[in-house]
Design a protein around this ligand. Structure first.
Ligand SMILES: [Cu+2]
Length: 132
């Protein structure tokens, strides 16, 4: 190798380092500077003994209430849902289909655990634990 070749190689290496540093700077400047607070779902204030149904989910999936408490399920989805107690449990919530903005209420008068699901979407599950 002669000195000219070394010079070209050195030039290419310097060029590559330069490109590398440039792209590093570029990616660093892409860091979002938008720090405006976004409203997270948990920021929504929940009424007591209320289960919100949103995005095919019982948001307060497990709740514990005292005997005699009326629980309200609020559907915020466009899809219609039900609140249906698991098979084999004689008491418990058994709603009709209810749609967006509609509610279903059930009063729990017996101590126990009440797992429930949504009839058209059985993967939607929740439970109410009723204590003395
Ligand atoms: Cu459903």
């Amino acid at each position: 190798m002669n000195m000219k070749k070394y010079g070209i190689i050195a030039g290419v290496v310097i060029l590559l380092i330069g490109v590398g540093l440039f792209s590093m700077n570029k990616s660093a400047s892409v860091v979002p500077n938008n720090t405006a607070p976004s409203i997270s779902p948990s920021a929504v204030v929940n009424e007591p003994n209320t289960v919100r149904i949103s995005n095919y989910e019982f948001l307060q999936g497990k709740i514990t209430v005292k005997k005699g408490t009326t629980v309200t399920w609020k559907n915020e989805d466009i899809a219609k849902h039900t609140v249906t107690v698991e098979e084999g449990i004689t008491e418990g919530p058994r709603s009709e289909f209810f749609g967006k903005g509609e509610e279903y209420r059930y009063t729990f008068n017996t101590v126990g655990n009440y797992p429930y699901f949504c009839e058209p979407h059985p993967y939607m599950k929740g439970s109410v634990e009723v204590i003395e």
